[in-house]
Design a protein around this ligand. Structure first.
Ligand code: COA
Length: 546
């Protein structure tokens, strides 16, 4: 069936939606630009040392003109000492792109922000990146340069500070496991790599050292002096030439940044070619409605419903959607479609999930599993419907069953948070909690336990019941104080569920411009399908250096 849109792009409503969405996209881009500006300001220092800036390194690493899907660009936005994105990104610029014709995960340490030091955001982002590489069996190419563990005042404000160092150890464990699984890790050591930073380099399968720049040691000169009193210069202690000729901690000795990246690309060129997907790809037909119109579909007002078919019509090939059990429960929408030539099962929402909707989606997932069709979730729900009728109809068991189906689905799962994503609906529609391969968010996405107004109302009822139980007749002052608190709950929850707030905390892999949804999904489907066809040759111990 060809989907029919009821949206009028010339209407005042469309224009108002587009203005809201465009402004939010501009806010996201502004924060990303502030990050780039911080890097640029570091330019003169980098050049004085003969170094390339992090993004200059990335540009040399990636194949020119090939797409790059950046992961979690806004990690840490508004956290600790960041207010407008200038210190965001978790000190990593990372994403999936092509290097020497192979799809890889590129990880560039942003040494221009706070020395590229390790904090909780950096650790979480690194762990997520490793998860992506592990799942899609993507080679990781890291351009490393980091001041190691963040020791300054912002670390003290980091609620993870105490357990950070143990948590960071997971990264090294994962590196060891990836090596044993045969997932290549190629690292250029561009500068400082102390302690944990040294492990990130040393646990790589191939290390490229840079003459006069690499400083790779468990303890650098200041730490050594503080710990043992020994005086040592960085070159003798952990310079590139020392490692290349004496310690044997590195395979290639490059002359400078550009030379090192050239070597890394050559190493990647020797890896097996990417799997061919020609046998699963169909003809690609553009949607009948322009994906550019996705900017005007979603309103700023959370309470206004949006038909998910309007999104689908602008995302799937030919706007064709083969809906599964369309006359049963229109609030949960399931059906087959193609995106960029790949057949997918789509599950979307037009409101709260009922027991019938949950059952329909569960059955649909079984069919997709049986036919090895990937799932795409379009989240647009205030959660599972509540009330006596649905409870008696078995809402708890049916919603639990949907969670089981989504969690245990073995094929690729991609999630787009387009709008509301509240309560258990967030889980059942494959939020980060249920481990989809990728989660991307629209600016209009909201993830929370419940809406702010509902939470405030719940707390108001709890307070009123308590007053009644204790026989208290609250005076005007008490009532006013309570009302203020309820308002704060509402405001707080709305703010904490907002798209940029959630993305900063890695609850998704990044906020996308709605207009890019089709391109992004198509790209990520290829990443997932290729990953399942890669057959890396592993070993029990991984690549060790002798
Ligand atoms: N913790 C917190 N901040 C650190 C840091 C650390 N471990 N290492 C560097 N920084 C910060 C600096 O304070 C500076 O911040 P600013 O941009 O706000 O001024 C920024 O990173 C750059 O450091 P700077 O020393 O000016 O740059 P550099 O290029 O001359 O030297 C290093 C970089 C990493 C070689 C040097 O800072 C260093 O030796 N740091 C200590 C490394 C270490 O022993 N770490 C052990 C951690 S377990």
């Amino acid at each position: 069936m060809i989907l029919e849109s009821h949206v009028d792009p010339s209407s005042a409503e469309f224009r108002a939606n587009a203005a809201y969405m465009s402004a939010y996209v501009a806010k996201v881009r502004g924060a990303e630009n502030n990050q780039v500006e911080t890097e640029r300001a570091h330019g003169p220092r980098a050049r004085a040392k003969g170094k390339l800036l992090p993004r200059e390194r990335l540009a040399r690493l990636l194949d020119r003109g090939a797409p790059f899907f950046e992961v979690a660009s806004l990690a840490g936005y508004g956290m600790f000492d960041d207010s407008d994105g200038r210190f965001s990104g978790g000190k990593l610029i990372a994403g999936i792109g092509h290097i020497a014709g192979r799809r890889c995960l590129a990880v560039v340490w942003n040494y221009a922000i706070k020395g590229g030091t390790i904090d909780s955001v950096n650790v979480q982002k690194m762990l997520r990146l490793q998860e992506i590489a592990f799942r899609a069996k993507l080679p990781i190419v890291s351009l490393h340069e980091s001041g190691g563990g963040n020791l300054d005042k912002s670390a003290a404000a980091d609620p993870w500070a105490a357990r950070l160092f143990v948590e960071a150890g997971r990264i090294y464990g994962q590196q060891a496991r990836m090596s044993a699984a045969g997932i290549p890790q190629i690292t250029v050591s561009h500068g400082n790599a102390t302690a944990g930073g040294a492990y990130q380099v040393a646990l790589s399968d191939v290390i490229v050292l840079v003459r006069g720049q690499t400083q790779l040691f468990l303890a650098g000169p200041p730490l050594l002096k503080a710990g043992t009193g020994e005086d040592a210069d960085a070159e003798t202690l952990g310079g590139a030439e020392m490692h290349a000729s004496i310690s044997g901690t590195g395979e290639y000795l490059a002359e400078n940044d550009a030379d090192a990246i050239r070597i890394a690309r050559e190493v990647v060129a020797s890896l097996p070619r990417d799997p061919d997907l020609a046998d699963v790809k169909r003809d690609v037909e553009p949607p009948r409605y322009s994906p550019d119109e996705l900017v005007g579909i979603y309103p700023e007002d959370r309470r206004r419903p949006v038909r998910i078919q309007e999104v689908l019509a602008r995302v799937v090939d030919g706007s064709k959607f083969d809906e599964f059990r369309p006359v049963m429960d229109s609030a949960t929408v399931c059906g087959m479609a193609a995106i960029g030539g790949t057949l997918v099962g789509v599950i979307g929402n037009n409101g709260p999930i009922t027991p019938a909707g949950a059952n329909k989606a569960s059955q649909f997932i079984e069919l997709c599993e049986l036919t090895s069709v990937p799932l795409v979730f379009l989240q647009n729900t205030t959660g599972f419907l509540v009330g006596t009728t649905v409870e008696q109809a078995g809402q708890v068991k049916h919603s639990a069953k949907l969670v089981q189906h989504v969690a245990n689905f073995r094929g690729p799962k991609l999630t787009v948070l387009v709008g509301n994503s509240y309560g258990a609906g967030n889980y059942a529609m494959a939020s980060r909690a249920l481990d989809p391969d990728f989660v991307v968010a629209w600016p209009s996405a909201r993830q929370a336990l419940m809406g702010g107004a509902q939470a405030a109302k719940v707390m108001q009822l709890v307070a009123e019941q308590k007053w009644a139980r204790e026989g208290i007749e609250p005076d005007e002052k008490t009532r006013m104080g309570a009302a203020q608190q309820f308002q704060m709950i509402e405001f707080g929850l709305e703010m904490l569920s907002e798209s940029m707030f959630c993305s900063a905390r890695l609850m998704d892999d990044g906020i996308i411009d709605p207009r890019d949804t089709r391109r992004v999904l198509s790209y990520l489907l290829d990443v997932c399908l290729e990953g399942r066809r890669r057959t890396p040759v592993g070993s029990s111990h991984g690549i060790q250096r002798f």
